[in-house]
Write a protein that binds this ligand. Structure first.
Ligand code: HEC
Length: 221
């Protein structure tokens, strides 16, 4: 028995030595590289007609289009939770602040460098639009603003739309709107940092900008 086990181990060791493959030599396609395998010579395959990718079957039109019977929805088609708002804040920080600014006043860094200034989210007209409008602007773009349908998945666009409402609210609240139990936290000296941590560590970011990339960019062979 023991001898048999030994023989199997030796056989396995030999076999694995013969089918060695180095990591730098991976059988994979790089983006847009041609393929000798497919008739149309493209390695990027088109979506098969009449199929839906796993996890992408949404049967609620309000969720996918932001509209019901052709009209923009006034209510969120997803449950409003703390997680949703936090996700929205996170995604807003990534995708929208370069132009709209952290508070939504339309004075993001790209605008300060000359891009067309968007309206503040705080103006009455945008306070009165149904929440589906925000979803629609992100999905289809608006004027000088490009659409973000390709970059931001549907569920995240709703998270951002919900967060825009929170941003609007945040600009016109008074201490009376804060539940009594949460007020002491606001009065402590480090309250602002606690209440709204920035989506990125600003110090890290500044350091990265000052120092520039530390490694040369990776080369494609
Ligand atoms: C590259 C800059 C840029 C980015 C990034 C950007 N926007 Fe905009 N946005 C604009 C500009 C410019 C306008 C005004 C467009 C116009 O009036 O032509 C605008 C307008 C809007 C409006 C108001 C439309 C109206 O009726 O006036 C909303 C809502 C909006 N953006 C949401 C977003 C959201 C949400 C994001 C992030 C997913 C985002 N934007 C990212 C530049 C940007």
């Amino acid at each position: 028995m023991r001898r048999l086990r030994f023989a199997v181990l030796v056989a396995l060791a030999l076999a694995s030595a013969f089918c060695r493959q180095d990591m730098q030599d991976q059988p994979k396609y790089k983006n847009l590289r041609g393929s000798a395998f497919f008739d149309d010579k493209r390695s990027a395959r088109p979506v098969v007609e009449d199929t839906v990718a796993r996890g992408s079957l949404w049967q609620d039109d309000r969720f996918t289009t932001g509209k019901a019977d052709g009209k923009l929805v006034a209510a969120l088609p997803v449950p409003l939770t703390r997680e949703l708002l936090e996700r929205g804040r996170d995604r807003y920080g990534i995708y929208c602040t370069p132009c709209h600014g952290l508070t939504g006043n339309g004075m993001g860094m790209v605008v300060q460098r000359g891009f067309r200034q968007p309206p503040s989210f705080e103006i009455d007209r945008l306070r009165e639009v149904p929440v589906g409008y925000f979803f629609d602007v992100m999905s289809h773009g608006f004027g000088a603003m490009p659409d973000y349908a390709a970059q931001i998945p549907t569920a995240d666009r709703w998270a951002i739309a919900a967060y825009l409402r929170a941003l609007q609210l945040s600009q016109r609240t008074t201490i009376a709107d804060v539940p009594a139990s949460a007020r002491p936290a606001l009065e402590s000296p480090d309250a602002p940092a606690k209440a709204a941590p920035l989506p990125v560590d600003v110090d890290d970011w500044r350091r990265a900008v000052d120092e520039g990339p530390t490694e040369p960019p990776e080369r494609e062979h």
